[in-house]
Design a protein around this ligand. Sequence first.
Ligand code: 9WN
Length: 452
Amino acid sequence: MKSLLDRPAPTVPADSLTLRRGAARVLIDNWTGTSTVPSRTLYPHQWSWDSAFIAIGLRHLSVRRAQRELESLLAGQWADGRIPHIVFNPALPHDAYFPSPDFWRSSHAGRTAGAPTAPETSGIVQPPVHALAAWLVHRADPEESSRRGFLARAYPRLAAWHDYLLTRRDLGGGGLAAVVHPWEPGMDNSPCWDRALQRVEPAPPDAVHRADLDHGHPADRPTDLDYGRYVRLATDYREAGYDDRAARHGFAVEDPCFNALLIVSELALAAMAHDLGATTAPHATRAEELTHRLVTRLWDDTAGLFRARDLGSDALVDERSVTGLIPLIVPHLPPDVVRRLRETLDGPHFSAPATRLVPSYDLTGHAFDPKRYWRGPAWFNTAWLIHRGLSTHGLEEDADRLRQGVLAEAGCSEFAEYVDPTTGAARGTRHFSWTAALTLDLLCADPKEPTP
Ligand code: 9WN
C-alpha cells in the first residue's frame, strides 16, 4: 500500500503532490482486494461505470490494479453480453445496500438471460465507458498489458457488451441503445426522467427498504416516490427474467450521454482491434453510424444541446441536462454542433456562480434543486467527460479551466460525490472513488496520449 502512495510524481508541483496523495489515499482505502467500492458507506459494492472511471485513475498508481478493477467487473458479465450495474460483494449483509442481491436474484431470475451462477449482480446496466477505460489502462503500460494478455481477454467481452446494447436494447428501432431504468443512465433522478416516470405505478412502501438514508442526507437523495418507481421497474424487469425480448418496458429512453460513451468506446474497440491484429473496420463503421444517429435522433438545434428521447411518447424530453452536453466527447461531430455545445456550456443554463464544474441540470430550469443529486448538483465525472470533449475538439483553454476547477474543488471538498453549484459546498458522500480517480487522471495524464 505504502509503495502506491509514495510512488514519485516528478511532473507535478508540491500542492499537486498533496492532492495526488489525498486522491491515492481514497482509492487505497476503498480497495476491497479485487475492486474498488464507490464509497465505503453509501455504495459498498462494485458499480459498473464507477469501476471504469476508477480504473482510468488507478492506472496512474498501479496498472495491474486497474486491470483487476475491470476484470472483476467483467467476471459479472452475463452470457447475453450485458455488464451489470452492480456486482455484489458476497461478504456483506443484505441490509448494507438496497436493493440487495436477494431483490435482484440474478442467478435464478436471470438464468435464461445468461446471468452467471456467481457472483450475484443486478440485472440492469450503466453507461458503456468500459472499453474507453480498458484502452486507457492498456496504453498506460502496453508491455505489461500484452504480457498479461489483458487486451486479448477484455476485447471480446467488451465487443459482446456493445453487441448486447445495439441489438437487445435498440428498443426505438433507430439504431441507438435505450435505457430501461433511471439507474441505467447513471443520473438517477434527473428531471429528464420525470415525465416518463409518471407513467410508472410506484411499488408499495413496504417493498422499499432504503439503506441510502442511513448514510446520505434526505435533501441530497431521491425521494420515496422516486424509489417506489425504481423498485416497480426493477421488479417488473426481474419478473420478465431480465429478457429484453419478453419484458414490457415501462420506461425506455435514448440517453445522449449513454450513446455518446458507446461511440467513444466503439472507437476504443477499433484501437484495441488494431493492436490485436484484428479488423478495425466494423467498429469504425459502427461509430460513424452511431454518430449520425445520435445527431439525427437527439440533437436539438434550437436549444443547442442534445436531448433524451422518451420512447414512450417518441418525443424529445423538454429539459436541459448535462447529459445533453456530454456528446462533446464524440470526435466526429459536425463543427456547428461543437460550436453550439460550447456556447451552451458558457451560457446561462450551465454557467454556475460558485463552481467551475458543470451543473447536472439547467440552473434556470423549473425543477432545479442545488442539493438534490442529479437535479442540479455538479459532479466530477461529468466534468471529466466534458473536459475530454473540449480537448478532443481542440478547445484547450476551456478544457484547462475545467481541469483547474476539478483539481481545486476535489481537494477542498474531501473528494465529495458532488457540489452545490450555487454555493460551491460539498454534498453527498465524501472520499468518493471516481472523484479521487478522475482527479488523479487530470493530474497525471499526458495530454498528448493517443485518443482512440
Ligand atoms: C444506484 C455508485 C452509483 C453511481 C450512480 C449514482 C448512484 C446508485 C444509488 O451511485 O446510483 O445505482 O444508490 O443512488 O447515481 O451514477 O454509479 O456511485
